[in-house]
Design a protein. Structure first.
Length: 217
């Protein structure tokens, strides 16, 4: 089906639909900052905790006997969401092991991509994506990037989603997260973070507090 090239929903990747509910687990402190400041931040993949993240940017390939180091995704900033409305592991990872300090917010994929979409950018279609993470084994990862330097490989896609897809891959050990990522390429940003402005009341569809959070907090 043809999509308007200026439509942010055209850049929802890997099966994500505009109405797809997305959830984010965060500490109470971060939640209050989001509400007070009317915004949140995307961060560089190099700051993500898993040492295997953004692996392609840390990999050297050999082509015609010459080493080629990749850093093609370095211009991207991202934020992690999930399709899971409830997950003990996510509560513990982001809200404390005691499950007594945290918040889960809900939005939709359309609201998320529109929040990070910059209509004044001139080429947001090449820079802005929301996509579901694919979880691959080591062998599948090797196969994914076999011949990635050759013409026609998906990594070299002229519409920008090839680079985004590199950041939408994780090891199968994390498959329980059902992760979705918001990604924006911002070559002019030299910092580690990219600020996103929102109207919290419009952006957030629901709020759920941690299972053991004291009602007086």
């Amino acid at each position: 089906m043809w999509s308007d090239p200026g439509d942010p929903n055209a850049n929802l990747l890997n099966g994500v639909e505009p109405s797809t509910p997305l959830f984010r687990f965060l500490s109470t402190k971060r939640f209050l900052e989001l509400v007070r400041n009317g915004g949140f931040e995307l961060c560089r993949p190099s700051r993500w905790e898993d040492p295997f993240e953004n692996f392609l940017s840390k990999t050297t390939f050999v082509k015609d006997g010459q080493p080629i180091a990749f850093n093609l995704t370095n211009d991207f900033f991202g934020q992690c969401w999930t399709l899971r409305a409830e997950c003990d592991g996510l509560w513990r990872s982001y809200c404390g092991k005691e499950l007594d300090d945290g918040v889960r917010i809900e939005t939709t994929a359309e609201k998320l991509i529109r929040a990070i979409w910059d209509g004044n950018d001139g080429s947001p279609l090449l820079r802005t994506f929301v996509g579901q993470v694919r979880y691959l084994s080591d062998d599948a990862l090797k196969a994914e990037f076999q011949g990635c330097l050759e013409y026609g490989h998906g990594l070299m896609s002229p519409n920008g989603d090839g680079m985004a897809q590199v950041l939408l891959i994780k090891r199968t050990e994390f498959a329980y997260e059902y992760e979705v990522r918001a990604l924006v390429a911002d070559p002019g940003n030299d910092g580690d973070f990219k600020a996103i402005r929102i109207t919290p009341a419009d952006f957030i569809d629901s709020v759920l507090f941690a299972p053991k959070m004291d009602s007086t907090q």
